[in-house]
Design a protein around this ligand. Structure first.
Ligand code: HEC
Ligand SMILES: [Cu+2]
Length: 362
């Protein structure tokens, strides 16, 4: 029986077993009912088949109390069992215990953004088109403490998406213009894939991300990193590198964070822009002059751009700023309006950094 279900992902949250129990009970009850009904049907078809020379109409039976009571009471017990199991699972899924961490998560076409109470921010970018998804494409969205209840407050910038972590059996819609909530408690440290489970457009399958459950010590470290250092450098690191940092001995850890902070402060604006570009824009814009999903950034600044409505515009800082925050205000000729707006996602400083970076690409 368990073998049949080895295709289910591991159960890594507190209520995962409750969800699976409801699923498996419904599955096996349905299976038994199917065997009984279809089995009886086949047996009766054989037993009461038309025989040669038998022209009499069948016996006229009005009812049978024993059989009727049995086939009412037995399924009713099954249905009540499903009801109470579901109620139990629903209560656990719906109402968290005391929440240790609340994070805001915003979905958009096509990616996620997480914002922590202290200002830490993680953004996953749209994946390149026409390429099978590999494990590296799962970018970290949430770092959470293992063994503690975490609440996610969801919303969407555009259409309905759905936040889905199969290993946690946790799934909830992210709806534009409203907040929805979901909680989970990872039972052990690890990396858990996160998918969008709502068909939200062409690239719906291209917004994979990761929830990373940390050990208590690592979580303590994570909280110690200040938001600006994290956002400017550590947020775009691959998961394993960040985990390695969180596992450093105390002294080395403090030293690393301090150095990172200094390095960031000393980094020229356009360099910071390049880092943001790598993380959020490189999937659609090249810097070498070749065309991708969006126009190349090479030679963009200062040129005269042809727009889809036939007009032209001189590319200056204001045009670049508008193109980043509200890309649909002016559509470049020959391209589709698929760029997500970065309004509300990038700080003024980050926008300036991006513009400075684009300016360096002559
Ligand atoms: C999903 C793909 C996608 C992503 C991600 C994306 N863009 Fe775009 N971008 C486009 C497309 C397509 C266009 C052309 C259509 C339009 O003007 O909206 C465009 C246009 C632009 C333009 C105007 C270019 C021109 O030639 O006039 C700028 C500037 C720009 N994007 C900047 C950015 C920056 C900065 C980022 C990262 C923060 C980014 N884009 C992320 C797809 C994308
Ligand atoms: Cu989606």
């Amino acid at each position: 029986m368990l073998l049949l279900f080895s295709f289910l992902p591991e159960r890594a949250s507190k209520y995962a077993l409750d969800v699976d129990t409801v699923f498996l009970v419904i599955f096996w009850l349905s299976f038994i009912a199917f065997v009984l009904v279809v089995g009886a049907m086949l047996a009766f078809m054989f037993k009461y088949r038309a025989r040669k020379g038998d022209e009499e109409p069948g016996e006229y039976i009005t009812h049978n109390n024993l059989i009727e009571i049995t086939w009412t009471v037995v399924p009713a017990i099954g249905i009540f069992a499903i009801f109470f199991l579901s109620l139990n699972a629903y209560k656990k899924i719906k109402w968290p215990e005391e929440v240790a961490l609340r994070v805001n998560v915003t979905a958009r076409q096509w990616g996620w953004q997480a914002e922590y109470p202290d200002g830490k921010k993680l953004i996953t970018g749209t994946l390149k088109e026409e390429k099978a998804i590999t494990p590296e494409d799962f970018q970290p969205l949430l770092y959470v403490p293992a063994g503690e209840p975490v609440e996610v407050i969801l919303t969407s910038q555009d259409v309905i998406h759905s936040f889905y972590v199969p290993d946690f059996r946790a799934k909830y819609d992210a709806v534009p213009g409203r907040y929805t909530k979901l909680w989970f408690q990872a039972t052990k440290p690890g990396k858990y894939p996160l998918y969008c489970a709502e068909y939200c457009g062409d690239w719906h399958s291209r917004m994979p991300a990761l929830v990373v459950a940390l050990k208590p010590k690592e979580w303590e470290r994570f909280q110690k990193i200040d938001a600006s250092t994290f956002n400017n450098s550590l947020a775009s690191m691959p998961v394993d590198s960040l985990l390695a940092i969180l596992r450093l001995p105390d002294e080395e850890f403090s030293k690393f964070v301090g150095e990172q902070k200094k390095a960031m402060a000393a980094l020229p604006l356009h360099k910071r822009g390049e880092m943001i570009y790598q993380r959020l824009c490189a999937s659609c814009h090249t810097t070498d002059g070749s065309k991708s999903i969006g126009p190349t950034f090479k030679g963009l600044y200062g040129k005269t751009e042809n727009l889809a409505d036939g007009s032209t515009v001189k590319v200056d800082e204001n045009y670049l700023r508008e193109s980043i925050l509200d890309p649909n205000a002016k559509i470049v000729a020959g391209f589709q309006a698929v760029m997500p707006p970065f309004q509300g996602q990038l700080s003024e400083e980050e926008i300036q950094a991006l513009i400075e970076f684009i300016k360096t690409l002559k």
